[in-house]
Every structure is written in structure tokens, then in C-alpha cells.
Design a protein. Structure first.
Length: 202
């Protein structure tokens, strides 16, 4: 009797530890940088549409201290004709606002529910500030799929499904090396004195 009871306790401990490990895996697996592959809105009428076009741009970041940031953008938007944002014509400004979404804040992972909650501190849409955005998450290899609960998109109840791919560290290192090479080239330019000063300041 005692032996069977001890065996049952041992099995329960192993299962609990395995569940805890899986929970820890999910929490640690989201940490890093992710680039957007697709963003589709699935409407209640059964229709599906690319929310930010067929080739969306986006970056999602989770750090170890519990902070997050996300940016979503439709590619090839019409230009405003000026780099002064407040001088952008109304029509182009509206298109830009409708086709860019971004916010930052803190996040928490609830592994047992496969949920990440984004606690928004700042956003391109003012009404999102101070809200908590619930997201269902699944990770498979280098892909992270995030699904929203039902919400209004363009006045229609919809679910948004975003597929992200982890940013490869080698890619980041290559990009950093490319930036360093460009800085070296700039130092050889006629205004090398100014760039040398900026480099020393870094």
C-alpha cells in the first residue's frame, strides 16, 4: 500500500514538473524579436482579408524585463510629399493612420491558457492606451502565431490572425556588421571630422 502510494506521488510530481517546464518554455520562448509574415482578418461573415496587404511589414519585440513593442504597417503607402508629419495632406494622413498600428507597454504570459496579455502604455490609437489586449499564442519552430479574441475591425466583428517569424541572430549580426562598414566608409568622406566626432561620442 505504501509503495503504491509513493509511486502515485512520484508520478504526480513528474507530471506537475513537466507542466511547469512547459509553462516556463512558453514564457521564455516568446522573448526576442519577430518579423511579420502575414496579418489576416477573419470576419464573422466568413470572409478573409489581408489587413495590411499581401506583404505587410511589422516587428514585435518581447524582452526579459516584461516590456513589449509592436509595429504593423502596410507596404508602399502613398507619400505625403514632406517629412514634416504635421504638413501631410488630410487624405494621405488618413491612409497612413488606417494602415499603421503600433503600441508598447508591458506583457505577461499565462502559459496554462496559452495567452499573452499586452498592457498598453502608449499607442498610435489613443483609445488603446491603458487597455489590456489579450492574445492567444502558439509557437512552432521559428513561427509565432498570435490570434485576437473577437473584436470590431472596420465595424465588423472579426478575429485577427498574425503570423510572425523569429529574427535570426545571424541576420542581426550581419546587419550590425553592415552598419559598421557604412560608418567606416563615412569616415573616409570629406566631412570625416564630423563623423569621427560622432563616433567618439558613441
Amino acid at each position: 500500500m505504501h509503495r503504491s502510494k509513493a509511486f502515485a506521488i512520484a508520478i504526480a510530481t513528474i507530471l506537475f514538473a513537466a507542466g511547469d517546464a512547459r509553462a516556463e518554455d512558453l514564457a521564455s520562448s516568446v522573448i526576442g524579436s519577430w518579423r511579420l509574415i502575414s496579418c489576416k482578418v477573419e470576419r464573422s461573415d466568413g470572409s478573409v482579408q489581408d489587413l495590411y496587404g499581401p506583404s505587410p511589414l511589422g516587428l514585435l519585440m518581447y524582452d526579459r524585463s516584461g516590456h513589449m513593442s509592436v509595429h504593423l504597417l502596410k507596404a508602399d503607402l502613398p507619400k505625403c510629399g514632406t517629412q514634416d508629419r504635421r504638413k501631410c495632406p488630410d487624405a494621405q494622413a488618413r491612409i497612413a493612420f488606417d494602415n499603421y498600428g503600433g503600441y508598447w507597454g508591458r506583457y505577461e504570459v499565462r502559459p496554462s491558457e496559452k495567452v499573452v496579455s499586452h498592457h498598453v502604455e502608449g499607442a498610435s490609437a489613443p483609445d488603446w492606451v491603458g487597455t489590456s489586449q489579450k492574445r492567444f499564442v502558439e509557437i512552432s519552430g521559428k513561427r509565432l502565431t498570435i490570434t485576437t479574441p473577437p473584436q470590431q475591425v472596420g465595424g465588423v466583428e472579426s478575429v485577427v490572425v498574425l503570423v510572425w517569424e523569429r529574427v535570426d541572430c545571424k541576420w542581426a549580426q550581419q546587419r550590425h556588421a553592415g552598419d559598421a562598414q557604412r560608418r567606416r566608409l563615412l569616415l573616409r568622406a570629406p566631412d570625416a571630422g564630423r563623423w569621427a566626432f560622432l563616433r567618439r561620442k558613441k
